[in-house]
Design a protein around this ligand. Structure first.
Ligand code: GLA
Length: 402
């Protein structure tokens, strides 16, 4: 298929080739996401500021008369058409990408939304895999969307996001927060989403930045051990929080208690940080607290029209993820640090979980070519293979396509 122009006709044709023509065949789309600031805060009760992209995942689906699930991905033709059953929704490492849709069908069922017949589904994604742009959350939310429409389930998009997260946590085994699924399910053209992950209260912030583009820089470094490191960071934050809570019980410094790291100001944290026994955990918690406050300030700066301040906070976010949270690595540091030197770059930082994947930058339109040229050269010289650059647009959430 031609990546450049995905049409429903081409998708339907592909589907008919794999599964045969006829019947009620429906086409759906869900975006990928990029997070502008607020990293590793979503499982710490903090704020995030992501947006949905116009690249994403497509699905073509038709109900079956039996309980069989047949799936095919245009991106993984070597896997062929896989066959499963509604009665065997269990995780298998060797089942690869099909674990995501299977996990969502399982998570929906566990939440009371029971698919009563099998499906034939073709998937096609335009998000580079393992890039940190949430190709997995995109498949999850997309599957939630198609189940809702095909089976008439009456859940809203926030519930769709929660079902996707439940699948990721309980079926796939990645202890992620709600950011990715929320950003995708609630995506809105030209807007970033300012979300308080402690309450799920959210606000759309228009991101029409005259003459400024969002450029994503892909390290092309696959995440490898990322999932176990991710769970490790999360556990470190939980332990640090428990230490702070225990200290607060005796001192009662914060009378209403500390429900999460995101509930603390920088000053409150500094006054209590010694209660965290290990210097490493102290750094992790410091990142979670400061990144949350940075995110709140960044959105205030944006609303005040101060894009330069927003960019500075993006850069500070990267430094904190590099030095305190230690999730960047050589590849992401090379991209961000090279981008900071290019005139016209307002801000640049890693995005997503880290350990490889992508960085995001805000760049003046007339400097986009220079960014790609200069950062591209520096990256290849330092790392030994090229980075990839995407000038992206902010798109809407999931939908059924006509
Ligand atoms: C991954 C997770 C998210 C979030 C980010 C880091 O994308 O899926 O829940 O924790 O990492 O901000």
């Amino acid at each position: 298929m031609d990546q450049g122009k995905v049409t429903t006709e081409a998708l339907r044709k592909e589907f008919a080739e794999r599964f045969g023509d006829g019947g009620d065949i429906r086409v759906y789309f869900a975006p990928g996401r990029v997070n502008l600031i607020g990293e590793h805060t979503d499982y710490n009760g903090g704020h995030v500021f992501p947006c949905a992209l116009t690249i994403g995942t497509y699905a073509v689906a038709r109900k079956r008369a039996d309980r069989t699930l047949r799936m095919y991905s245009v991106n993984f033709p070597e896997d062929g058409v896989t066959t499963g059953s509604l009665d065997e929704l269990v995780y298998h490492a060797e089942a690869g990408w099909t674990n995501y849709p299977a996990g969502v069908i399982w998570a929906a069922r566990e939440s009371g939304y029971v698919a009563d017949c099998g499906l034939d589904v073709l998937y096609y994604g335009t998000i580079p895999n393992s890039s940190g742009l949430s190709s997995s959350a995109s498949i999850e939310v997309l599957t939630g969307e198609l189940l809702r429409d095909m089976f008439g389930f009456e859940y809203d998009e926030i519930t769709n996001a929660k079902i996707g997260k439940f699948a990721e946590n309980a079926f796939i085994g990645v202890n992620c927060g709600i950011m990715d699924q929320f950003a995708i399910a609630m995506g809105k053209k030209d807007c970033a989403i300012f979300l308080d992950t402690a309450t799920l209260v959210y606000e759309y912030a228009p991101l029409v930045m005259d003459g400024v583009r969002i450029v994503i820089m892909n390290t092309n470094h696959k995440r490898g051990l990322g999932e176990s490191k991710y769970n490790e960071r999360r556990a470190e934050c939980e332990k640090a929080l428990a230490e702070l809570q225990a200290a607060n019980e005796t001192s009662e410094r914060i009378p209403n208690g500390i429900p999460s790291l995101g509930a603390l100001t920088e000053e409150q944290f500094e006054a209590m940080a010694d209660a965290i026994a290990s210097p490493v955990r102290r750094k992790r918690a410091r990142h979670a607290v400061y990144e949350n406050r940075r995110t709140i300030r960044a959105v205030e700066a944006l609303k005040a029209g101060d894009l330069a301040a927003f960019g500075r906070l993006m850069n500070e976010s990267h430094v904190s993820l590099r030095d305190d949270y230690e999730v960047t690595g050589r590849e992401l540091d090379t991209l961000a640090e090279a981008a900071w030197k290019v005139p016209g770059v307002i801000g640049a930082r890693m995005t997503g979980a880290g350990f490889g994947g992508c960085a995001v930058s805000l760049v003046k339109e007339e400097n986009v070519d220079a960014l790609i040229r200069e950062v591209g050269a520096k990256y290849e010289e330092t790392i030994g293979y090229p980075a990839t650059f995407y000038v992206v647009e902010i798109g809407d959430g999931p939908c059924r396509l006509q």
